[in-house]
Design a protein around this ligand. Structure first.
Ligand code: FNR
Length: 185
Protein backbone atom coordinates (compact mmCIF):
# COMPACT_ATOMS: atom_id res chain seq x y z
CA UNK A 1 0.00 0.00 0.00
CA UNK A 2 1.06 3.61 -0.49
CA UNK A 3 2.39 5.52 2.52
CA UNK A 4 2.06 9.16 3.47
CA UNK A 5 4.68 10.95 5.55
CA UNK A 6 4.61 14.48 6.93
CA UNK A 7 7.55 16.81 7.65
CA UNK A 8 7.89 18.80 10.85
CA UNK A 9 10.30 21.72 10.50
CA UNK A 10 12.31 23.05 13.47
CA UNK A 11 13.43 26.36 11.93
CA UNK A 12 11.43 29.56 11.47
CA UNK A 13 14.07 31.24 9.31
CA UNK A 14 12.92 32.25 5.82
CA UNK A 15 16.20 31.15 4.16
CA UNK A 16 16.44 28.05 6.37
CA UNK A 17 18.78 25.27 5.23
CA UNK A 18 16.56 22.76 6.99
CA UNK A 19 13.48 24.13 5.23
CA UNK A 20 15.34 23.62 1.95
CA UNK A 21 15.96 19.99 2.91
CA UNK A 22 12.33 19.48 3.93
CA UNK A 23 11.12 21.07 0.69
CA UNK A 24 13.25 18.68 -1.34
CA UNK A 25 11.83 15.53 0.26
CA UNK A 26 8.59 15.13 -1.75
CA UNK A 27 10.64 14.78 -4.96
CA UNK A 28 13.15 12.44 -3.32
CA UNK A 29 10.56 10.02 -1.98
CA UNK A 30 10.69 6.55 -3.50
CA UNK A 31 7.76 5.16 -5.51
CA UNK A 32 4.63 4.67 -3.41
CA UNK A 33 5.50 7.27 -0.77
CA UNK A 34 4.07 10.78 -0.67
CA UNK A 35 5.41 13.50 1.61
CA UNK A 36 3.79 16.78 2.59
CA UNK A 37 4.72 19.57 4.97
CA UNK A 38 2.94 20.20 8.27
CA UNK A 39 2.02 23.79 9.08
CA UNK A 40 4.48 26.16 10.71
CA UNK A 41 5.20 25.83 14.41
CA UNK A 42 5.51 29.63 14.44
CA UNK A 43 1.77 29.69 15.07
CA UNK A 44 2.13 27.85 18.39
CA UNK A 45 2.03 30.02 21.53
CA UNK A 46 4.54 29.40 24.30
CA UNK A 47 3.39 26.29 26.09
CA UNK A 48 1.65 26.87 29.39
CA UNK A 49 -0.71 24.57 31.20
CA UNK A 50 -2.90 27.61 31.92
CA UNK A 51 -3.26 28.29 28.20
CA UNK A 52 -3.91 24.60 27.53
CA UNK A 53 -6.70 24.51 30.12
CA UNK A 54 -8.50 27.29 28.23
CA UNK A 55 -8.43 25.10 25.12
CA UNK A 56 -5.78 23.89 22.70
CA UNK A 57 -4.77 26.37 19.98
CA UNK A 58 -6.27 25.30 16.63
CA UNK A 59 -2.78 25.12 15.05
CA UNK A 60 -1.80 22.50 17.63
CA UNK A 61 -4.93 20.38 17.20
CA UNK A 62 -4.67 20.61 13.44
CA UNK A 63 -1.05 19.43 13.42
CA UNK A 64 -1.81 16.65 15.91
CA UNK A 65 -4.55 15.37 13.60
CA UNK A 66 -2.28 15.44 10.58
CA UNK A 67 0.42 13.53 12.45
CA UNK A 68 -2.15 11.06 13.71
CA UNK A 69 -3.34 10.41 10.15
CA UNK A 70 0.18 10.07 8.68
CA UNK A 71 2.11 6.83 8.35
CA UNK A 72 5.25 8.53 9.61
CA UNK A 73 6.89 11.83 10.47
CA UNK A 74 10.18 13.27 9.28
CA UNK A 75 11.50 15.90 11.69
CA UNK A 76 13.92 18.26 9.95
CA UNK A 77 15.63 20.66 12.31
CA UNK A 78 18.70 22.75 13.04
CA UNK A 79 20.88 22.23 16.10
CA UNK A 80 20.91 25.16 18.52
CA UNK A 81 23.55 25.22 21.23
CA UNK A 82 24.13 21.48 20.96
CA UNK A 83 20.43 20.73 21.37
CA UNK A 84 17.12 21.23 19.58
CA UNK A 85 15.70 24.73 18.98
CA UNK A 86 13.35 25.95 21.70
CA UNK A 87 10.58 26.47 19.16
CA UNK A 88 10.69 22.78 18.21
CA UNK A 89 10.69 21.67 21.83
CA UNK A 90 7.74 23.99 22.43
CA UNK A 91 5.86 22.38 19.53
CA UNK A 92 6.62 18.87 20.80
CA UNK A 93 5.50 19.88 24.29
CA UNK A 94 2.16 21.13 22.92
CA UNK A 95 1.60 18.10 20.69
CA UNK A 96 2.46 15.73 23.54
CA UNK A 97 -0.54 16.97 25.56
CA UNK A 98 -3.12 16.21 22.86
CA UNK A 99 -5.24 13.07 23.19
CA UNK A 100 -4.66 10.74 21.45
CA UNK A 101 -0.97 11.63 21.75
CA UNK A 102 0.01 11.83 18.08
CA UNK A 103 3.57 10.49 18.35
CA UNK A 104 2.60 7.30 20.19
CA UNK A 105 3.77 4.28 18.11
CA UNK A 106 4.49 6.65 15.22
CA UNK A 107 7.46 5.92 12.95
CA UNK A 108 9.73 9.00 13.01
CA UNK A 109 12.91 9.85 11.10
CA UNK A 110 15.22 12.70 12.04
CA UNK A 111 17.19 14.93 9.69
CA UNK A 112 19.46 17.78 10.78
CA UNK A 113 21.37 20.18 8.57
CA UNK A 114 24.07 22.63 9.64
CA UNK A 115 26.76 24.77 8.01
CA UNK A 116 29.13 23.03 10.47
CA UNK A 117 31.01 19.78 9.95
CA UNK A 118 28.91 17.37 11.97
CA UNK A 119 25.50 18.36 10.75
CA UNK A 120 23.62 18.76 14.01
CA UNK A 121 24.44 15.32 15.40
CA UNK A 122 24.14 16.43 19.01
CA UNK A 123 20.60 17.72 18.56
CA UNK A 124 19.51 14.35 17.20
CA UNK A 125 20.18 12.58 20.47
CA UNK A 126 18.30 15.17 22.50
CA UNK A 127 15.36 14.85 20.12
CA UNK A 128 15.46 11.06 20.38
CA UNK A 129 15.31 11.33 24.17
CA UNK A 130 12.05 13.30 24.11
CA UNK A 131 10.62 10.89 21.54
CA UNK A 132 11.29 7.99 23.92
CA UNK A 133 8.89 9.54 26.42
CA UNK A 134 6.35 10.04 23.62
CA UNK A 135 6.68 6.35 22.72
CA UNK A 136 7.51 7.07 19.09
CA UNK A 137 9.34 4.49 16.98
CA UNK A 138 12.37 6.49 15.94
CA UNK A 139 14.26 5.12 12.97
CA UNK A 140 17.72 4.05 14.12
CA UNK A 141 19.58 4.01 10.83
CA UNK A 142 20.58 5.54 8.54
CA UNK A 143 21.11 8.73 10.52
CA UNK A 144 20.77 11.84 8.37
CA UNK A 145 23.19 14.48 9.64
CA UNK A 146 23.86 16.91 6.82
CA UNK A 147 27.11 18.79 7.48
CA UNK A 148 28.54 21.64 5.40
CA UNK A 149 24.98 22.22 4.27
CA UNK A 150 25.61 25.63 2.72
CA UNK A 151 27.69 23.88 0.03
CA UNK A 152 24.89 21.38 -0.67
CA UNK A 153 21.97 23.78 -1.00
CA UNK A 154 21.57 26.30 -3.80
CA UNK A 155 21.30 29.73 -2.11
CA UNK A 156 19.18 31.09 -4.97
CA UNK A 157 16.56 28.37 -5.23
CA UNK A 158 16.98 27.07 -1.64
CA UNK A 159 16.85 23.47 -2.81
CA UNK A 160 19.11 20.53 -2.08
CA UNK A 161 21.39 20.16 -5.08
CA UNK A 162 24.07 17.79 -3.73
CA UNK A 163 23.41 14.48 -5.48
CA UNK A 164 25.00 12.11 -2.88
CA UNK A 165 22.91 13.78 -0.15
CA UNK A 166 19.75 13.46 -2.27
CA UNK A 167 20.42 9.75 -2.75
CA UNK A 168 21.19 9.31 0.93
CA UNK A 169 17.93 10.97 1.99
CA UNK A 170 16.00 8.76 -0.45
CA UNK A 171 17.57 5.77 1.32
CA UNK A 172 16.52 7.10 4.71
CA UNK A 173 12.92 7.69 3.57
CA UNK A 174 12.91 4.18 2.19
CA UNK A 175 14.13 2.85 5.56
CA UNK A 176 11.35 4.78 7.32
CA UNK A 177 8.86 3.17 4.93
CA UNK A 178 10.26 -0.28 5.79
CA UNK A 179 9.84 0.51 9.49
CA UNK A 180 6.28 1.78 8.96
CA UNK A 181 5.32 -1.33 6.97
CA UNK A 182 6.87 -3.63 9.57
CA UNK A 183 4.90 -1.92 12.34
CA UNK A 184 1.65 -2.04 10.34
CA UNK A 185 1.89 -5.79 9.89
C1 FNR B 1 23.32 27.91 15.83
N1 FNR B 1 24.04 27.12 14.95
C2 FNR B 1 24.56 25.91 15.38
N2 FNR B 1 25.06 24.98 14.49
C3 FNR B 1 25.50 23.77 14.92
O1 FNR B 1 25.92 22.94 14.12
N3 FNR B 1 25.50 23.48 16.26
C4 FNR B 1 25.02 24.33 17.19
O2 FNR B 1 25.01 24.01 18.36
C5 FNR B 1 24.53 25.60 16.75
N4 FNR B 1 24.02 26.50 17.65
C6 FNR B 1 23.32 27.59 17.20
C7 FNR B 1 22.59 28.35 18.09
C8 FNR B 1 21.80 29.39 17.65
C9 FNR B 1 20.97 30.17 18.62
C10 FNR B 1 21.79 29.72 16.27
C11 FNR B 1 20.93 30.85 15.75
C12 FNR B 1 22.54 28.99 15.39
C13 FNR B 1 24.15 27.48 13.52
C14 FNR B 1 23.00 26.88 12.74
O3 FNR B 1 23.31 25.56 12.37
C15 FNR B 1 22.74 27.71 11.49
O4 FNR B 1 22.34 29.01 11.86
C16 FNR B 1 21.72 27.08 10.59
O5 FNR B 1 21.66 27.76 9.36
C17 FNR B 1 20.34 27.06 11.25
O6 FNR B 1 19.46 26.24 10.53
P1 FNR B 1 18.43 26.84 9.46
O7 FNR B 1 17.62 27.91 10.13
O8 FNR B 1 19.26 27.39 8.33
O9 FNR B 1 17.61 25.67 9.03
Amino acid sequence: ANLHFVTLLGSLRSASLNAAIARSLPQLAPEGISISALGSIADFPHYSQDVQEKGFPPAVLNMAEQIQAADGVVIVTPEYNYSIPGVLKNAIDWLSRVTPQPFAKKPVAIQTASPGQIGGARAQYHLRQSLVFLDAFVLNKPEAMIGLATSKIDPQTLTLTDEPTREFLTRQISALADLARTLQR
